[in-house]
Design a protein around this ligand. Structure first.
Ligand SMILES: *Cc1c(COP(=O)(O)O)cnc(C)c1O
Length: 216
């Protein structure tokens, strides 16, 4: 992480690691927290809620996976940040539950930069089109954007995707003073260095951290 930040002239402190624990045992997660990792991510609502309860440690929990609207209530009270708000309908649901529970959640909008059918998220075109309205109805909660790059053995292949997210962020941020969009969640085990070079502020790393502990 530090090397990639240095290479691109960035301050390493501006990039934060979210340790994705979905394949890790509770013991492995505890060990990582002991080492000082303070941001953990889960991608399934049920496991997210279970892990929050089981671990009982002063860490920030990030929700990073697909969120069905009927699971918002399960996730919202414990999420320091939801990375994966992938539609207007979900955003509205999150907003509604937040008001009900008296919460002010921090959210990232997931964008499908690569255009792959298998990926979730707003299309860049739709987001640019709906942006002004979106800012009016959800001020203060949307703190950035997230994307998933196409799977590839060659990290360089992911660069255009990460750069695309950053450019989109820059364009949207220029249009609205109320929303800063300071966070860019991009980069996983295979491509986090490229993501950092392209401006990631949050990287979501699972297998690279937990491989040694995994039973397989
Ligand atoms: C699993 C997952 C990750 C971590 O993937 P690794 O390749 O194991 O680092 C990151 N982001 C999301 C959304 C995930 O579901």
């Amino acid at each position: 992480m530090v090397r990639a930040a240095d290479r691109s002239g960035r301050n390493p402190a501006d990039v934060r690691l979210v340790a994705v624990t979905k394949y890790a045992s509770l013991e492995a997660v505890r060990a990582l927290v002991e080492l000082g990792v303070d941001a953990l991510g889960e991608s399934r609502p049920q496991q997210f809620a279970q892990r929050v309860a089981e671990l009982d440690a002063p860490v920030n929990w990030h929700f990073i996976g697909t969120l069905q609207r009927n699971k918002v209530r399960l996730v919202l009270p414990h999420a320091a940040l939801i990375h994966s708000v992938d539609s207007l309908r979900l955003l509205e649901r999150v907003n509604q539950v937040a008001i009900e529970l008296g919460l002010a959640p921090r959210l990232l909008l997931e964008v499908n930069i690569s255009g792959e059918k298998s990926k979730h998220g707003f299309t860049p075109t739709a987001l640019e089109h709906d942006w002004d309205q979106l800012v009016r109805s959800h001020p203060g909660q949307i703190v950035g954007l997230m994307t998933m790059a196409p799977a590839s053995d060659d990290p360089e292949q992911t660069r255009p995707c990460f750069r695309g997210l950053r450019d989109l962020r820059d364009r949207l941020a220029r249009r609205s003073r109320q929303i800063e969009l300071s966070e860019l969640s991009m980069g996983m085990s295979g491509d986090f260095e490229v993501a950092i070079e392209e401006g990631a502020t949050l990287i979501r790393v699972g297998s690279a951290l937990f491989e040694e502990w995994s039973p397989t």
